[in-house]
Design a protein around this ligand. Structure first.
Ligand SMILES: *Cc1c(COP(=O)(O)O)cnc(C)c1O
Length: 333
């Protein structure tokens, strides 16, 4: 696939470990492993770091001096982008969408937001439902008007360049599975802005590795999510010169576990956080990995992973827990 042809800045601790989850496997009656992308290093880690390696490579090639991006208030992507900017001497302007409507002090000031400010990002907040691509353009125009050189990163870092980070992760998983002599039957990941899911699908397809990926949705309904992922997987494979390798059937999302909406938690999410923490000491997050694990648990109990070895991709996000302290405390039991 020749990833080395794309400009890249090294920001992540790679490869991340691929480890068994013995106690959670026993609790669920399946053979469950975990790919630790919560351990990518930058600002506490998470999946956006892999995307940012390629996005910043491109930003420097274009001689940008300011990163411009957007996300929900407790966006892990914004935190990691702010850190990447700080670590490479770029300025960073972010737009936070009040997507969940929460006005809780923790939600608005703690967790990821505290770290955005620590890394020196300039923050502008907009109401939920705002036209975020338009807001990005507005901020980029302001940067230009001041004589700056903006590099606009879409929400979640999810374009074909960002998704190359998950092409590389797919390659890493295939190499590790080979080294461990481990046959992987399925990869399960949270799927949101689609770059992670699309990059994995494109990477596995281009490598010819026959491992299905199940995305568990955190926001959009199934049809929309699958369409978004498929489009981006094709664009990513095209960047690699193999658009034809991605087939429609390779993109599967299960969006039955979103609950009341993006960033809104329910008891099943909290139960998933508690189970992962108290079996194998794994810290999941309330918005993405907790919801994905809620889905994985339900599907395992329904016998959907019978006889399979499943790898759960831990995409990070634990910093977001501190934005939900008030809600979570009462639900831990
Ligand atoms: C952004 C994010 C995801 C979703 O990844 P996408 O590439 O946006 O689909 C999953 N988990 C965590 C912790 C995230 O921050």
């Amino acid at each position: 696939m020749h990833l080395a042809r794309f400009p890249r800045l090294r920001l992540a601790h790679l490869p991340t470990p691929l480890e068994p989850l013995p106690r959670l496997s026993e609790a669920l009656g399946i053979d469950l492993w975990i790919k630790r992308d919560d351990c990518t290093g930058l600002a506490g880690g998470g999946n956006k770091t892999r995307k940012l390696e390629f996005l910043l490579g491109d930003a420097f090639e274009q001689d940008a001096d300011t990163l411009v991006t957007q996300g929900a208030v407790q966006s892990n992507h914004v935190r990691q982008t702010a850190a990447a900017a700080a670590a490479t001497g770029l300025k960073c302007q972010v737009i936070l969408e009040e997507r969940t409507g929460s006005k809780a002090t923790d939600y608005v000031h703690n967790g990821n937001v505290l770290m955005d400010r620590l890394f020196g990002a300039t923050i502008r907040s907009v109401p939920g439902g705002s036209d975020m691509p338009a807001e990005l353009e507005k901020t980029a125009d302001e940067v230009r008007a001041r004589g700056g050189r903006p590099y606009v990163i879409p929400g979640g870092g999810s374009n074909a360049i960002g998704a190359l980070g998950y092409v590389d992760c797919a390659r890493e998983i295939v190499v590790q599975a080979d080294e461990l002599d481990l046959a992987i039957d399925r990869i399960v990941t949270a799927t949101g802005s689609a770059g992670t899911h699309a990059g994995l699908v494109a990477g596995l397809a281009v490598l010819g590795a026959d491992i299905p990926v199940l995305g568990i949705g955190v926001r959009a309904p199934k049809e929309k999510q699958e369409a978004n992922v498929l489009k981006l997987a094709r664009e990513t494979a095209m960047l690699l010169g193999h658009a034809d390798r991605v087939k429609d059937a390779m993109v599967v999302a299960d969006c039955d576990y979103v609950g009341a909406g993006y960033g809104l938690i329910d008891q099943a999410v909290v139960d998933a956080l508690v189970l992962a923490a108290r079996t194998d000491g794994i810290v999941l997050d309330p918005v993405y990995t907790g919801k994905a694990m809620k889905g994985l648990i339900a599907l395992a109990k329904a016998g959907r992973f019978e006889g399979e070895r499943v790898v759960f991709l831990h995409t990070g996000g634990a910093q977001g827990l501190f934005g939900y302290q008030g809600e979570l405390d009462a639900m831990f039991g």
